[in-house]
Design a protein. Structure first.
Length: 91
């Protein structure tokens, strides 16, 4: 019997984690012990708009299950946004 894969003591940054596959990955990594930075602009499919609700909902779900997560709304399309996401790993 093989040992389960865990991520205790690790931090995972998941971009686009407010829905779809990103959300699935965020929830699974948290379930396996990772602290998760849930990054999502909360924009529409066409790239417009922004809302914290998608990222916040995933963070709430992770925390309700006993996990550790923070929301991040920065864009991965800029150097500043990428730096902001990584800064949240240290919160």
């Amino acid at each position: 019997m093989s040992e389960p894969i865990t991520f205790d003591g690790r931090v995972a940054v998941i971009t686009g984690a407010g829905g779809g596959l990103g959300k699935t990955y965020a929830l699974e990594l948290a379930r396996r012990g990772a602290s998760v930075v849930v990054n999502d602009l909360g924009g529409l499919v066409d790239g417009t708009g922004a809302s914290p609700s998608a990222a916040d909902a995933v963070v709430d779900e992770i925390k309700s299950a006993g996990g550790d997560a923070v929301s991040n709304y920065d864009s991965v399309s800029t150097e500043e946004g990428g730096a902001g996401i990584i800064q949240d790993c240290c919160r």
